[in-house]
Design a protein around this ligand. Sequence first.
Ligand SMILES: [Zn+2]
Ligand SMILES: [Zn+2]
Length: 96
Amino acid sequence: MARPGSNDTRCPRCRAPILRQLVGTVAALTVTADLTPLTPSEQATVREPNRLIWCLRQASPYTPARLAWTGPGHPAGCPHPHVTEHRCTTEPTTLF
Ligand SMILES: [Zn+2]
Ligand SMILES: [Zn+2]
């Protein structure tokens, strides 16, 4: 069964590669994440209460990436790329 819009899309506004995914088992949350990995200092810069860092896990290039929560127990030396929520830097267009 196809899963529409689950992976590898582009932001309709700024065309940045993003990943839209439903995360969480208790309180499911749709996350739109940037696919550009952040360095640790970039993560520190973007981190704020309402903006989460996600661990982007991909078992192989042929399987879809999955976003994992980075809680307090997240290993500091985690080898996976870390991404954050996508925020458009482009002004919203008034197409509607
Ligand atoms: Zn990680
Ligand atoms: Zn965008």
